[in-house]
Design a protein. Structure first.
Length: 213
């Protein structure tokens, strides 16, 4: 099965992709990771010269990745397609490595909740455990200190309201409209991502379990 994840920021897309990847033994193909780990000198040069990543580069990176052996039984696409201009590429390459079924999973989360998940977040400087001051169940026992190892908790620079709101607006304006396209051209499933990670995972595995490939 080939899965496309579409979700606003802080819906848990990264975490769910990782868990699905492990359970079904299909790779998590994140366009963000591909862009961070480019080994093509020519593309690197282009990116260093300006921030804009054009669709030709995205397509080239994805084709190279999807043609690798581990995608033969399916894959999870995270961060692509991001806007309407990328749908054409998606249609061209989605079955480049296999003839598996393609499904689209949309993780729905309200802006207010996503915002709390980001603004309250702090991360242990030592063991990487994540806490959140705005949720009773994920607060550290001692303010600013990791429950697990006693080290200091840090806030990430981008974990603020302005950055979150901007990313959310970009999602609403550019990415969400492609769901309308997929409604008519693919199997689209909505999952309520305001639930816990484990509940969301269980909902997703129920969807995937309904298919044979
Ligand atoms: Zn720690």
């Amino acid at each position: 099965m080939n899965i496309v994840f579409i979700a606003p920021p802080a819906a848990g897309k990264g975490a769910q992709s990782g868990m699905i990847s492990k359970k079904y033994d299909i790779p998590h193909v994140s366009i963000g990771d591909l862009l961070r780990n480019i080994d093509d000198e020519e593309i690197k040069k282009q990116l260093d010269a300006g921030a804009f990543v054009d669709n030709n580069i995205i397509e080239k990176l994805l084709v190279n990745r999807l043609l690798k052996d581990d995608c033969k039984n399916g894959y999870i696409l995270d961060g692509f397609p991001r806007n309407k201009s990328q749908i054409e590429i998606y249609e061209r390459i989605k079955n480049i490595s296999n003839d598996k079924k393609n499904i689209v999973i949309v993780l729905d989360v309200l802006k207010e909740l996503g915002e709390k998940r980001i603004i309250g977040r702090s991360v242990c400087s030592n063991c990487g455990l994540v806490f959140n001051d705005l949720f009773e169940e994920s607060k550290p026992k001692v303010d600013g200190i990791c429950d697990n190892c006693g080290s200091k908790l840090n806030k990430r620079k981008d974990d603020n309201k302005e950055t979150y709101d901007h990313r959310y607006d970009v999602y609403m304006n550019e990415t969400k409209p492609i769901i309308d396209y997929f409604k008519d051209h693919a199997d689209v499933y909505h999952v309520d991502s305001s639930k816990s990670i484990d509940e969301v995972f269980s909902d997703i595995t129920n969807i995937i379990g309904g298919f044979n490939d």
